[in-house]
Design a protein around this ligand. Sequence first.
Ligand code: SF4
Ligand code: SF4
Length: 179
Amino acid sequence: MKPLTNRSKTVSNKTMTLMERLYLPAIVKGMAITLRHFFKKKVTIRYPEETRPFSPIYRGLHVLKRDDTGAERCTACGLCAIACPAEAITMDAAERKPGEERLYREEKYASTYEINMLRCIFCGLCEEACPKEAIFLTDRILPSGTTRKSFIWGKDRLVETESNRIDISKRHFYYKDEK
Ligand code: SF4
Ligand code: SF4
């Protein structure tokens, strides 16, 4: 039968020589390759003692930001939830009451805001969709958990505390350039 390509090779059935039967040249060649790699710079690291530096725009755990005065930036517009391809974000909106201006920046705010981290694929589309610069992904790693419930992150864990602000200046700078 005529072959469709010229890639097929005829296998030789010739008897092996004594040297070939000893496999010595092949063993020496293999050892030489091993030795060459032995003295090369190692590509592996001793994790967790050593960690690789993350990209400034690494897409890790989310944060809901506060503004300079400490008020929550999120206005519960829902654009992040609509943009989310994994449907991981849910929220309830509420009206800001008089006297709550210091707590919430806009007249509407998210009374509940949840991200299901088991659904999230850390694509960053929520961050890109947000018109209020309220949600950002960070270089923090999502902690492991043993229950499904522990992966539902609510405002208690997503909103940054006033005393411990999460620095997003590097990615903020990058996205401002992109927009
Ligand atoms: S990072 Fe992507 S998948 Fe995760 S919540 Fe945001 S939009 Fe959804
Ligand atoms: S995080 Fe941003 S996009 Fe999502 S509801 Fe709040 S303001 Fe809207």
